[in-house]
Design a protein around this ligand. Structure first.
Ligand code: C5P
Length: 214
């Protein structure tokens, strides 16, 4: 993306997994390296936006010019997103855990046998954001799918009331890898983008966002 395309805009990005503790030493997590979300935050900053990146636990350096807020759980991510508002654009790339468990205060002992975990639902950050009066004017979700990628993206677009869904074909080695193949699903239709480096997917997305806002 050219520099200055998003000057004056606040772009909020979530990235990485969330970790839901079971006890002080164990967690339930999603598989997510954070690479695609971090690349998007970097491309937005290079386009001149003010960027807030709310990140779950990942092993990645903070892109230049990006304000990073580290969180662990889905609830913490939801709180950090709400606190970062208002934003012109929100791009929710994080692989958020759908459930949390009631964490034990002390380490569960193997000698006590397999534990029973009690799950409860986590807030859906994307759907919550879509329903807020201060909803970002462009709200973008990601959908990682292994089959019926576009159909699942379209279903998510309407159920979560997002403006765009970037439907991500993760049937190959996308998870943790450096390349990605996505379909941009909007109410106007579907754009099939060629497989590309995650940095290039990020720059292309930022260009499309700038075009949409102009
Ligand atoms: O997990 P799911 O496929 O429903 O994720 C679709 C989109 O919703 C992603 O953009 C993801 O970041 C977002 N999401 C969220 N909060 C959740 C679950 C998903 O913001 N609790």
């Amino acid at each position: 993306a050219e520099s200055g395309l998003l000057a004056g805009k606040h772009v909020l990005v979530t990235a990485g997994p969330t970790h839901e503790p079971i006890d002080p030493v164990r967690v339930i997590a999603n598989r997510s390296s954070g690479k695609q979300g971090f690349a998007i935050a970097e491309a937005a900053a290079q386009a001149g936006a003010r960027v807030t990146l709310v990140s779950g636990p990942v092993a990645l350096p903070t892109p230049g010019g990006v304000v990073r807020i580290d969180v662990e759980t889905a609830q913490q991510m939801a709180d950090a997103v709400a606190e970062a508002l208002p934003a012109d654009v929100a791009i929710l790339v994080a692989a958020v855990a759908d459930w949390r468990v009631e964490a034990a205060a002390e380490k569960l002992k193997k000698s006590s046998g397999p534990p029973m975990l009690h799950f409860s639902p986590n807030p859906d950050i994307l759907a919550t954001l879509a329903a807020r009066p201060d909803r970002p004017s462009l709200l973008i979700g990601f959908a990682a799918e292994t089959q019926d990628v576009v159909a699942n993206g379209q279903a998510k677009l309407s159920s979560k009331k997002a403006d765009w869904i970037v439907a991500n074909d993760v049937s190959g080695d996308v998870m943790g890898g450096s390349r990605n193949r996505v379909h941009l699903v909007t109410t106007d239709g579907v754009e099939d983008w060629p497989e590309a480096a995650k940095e290039d997917v990020a720059r292309h997305l930022i260009s499309r966002i700038a075009q949409e806002l102009s």
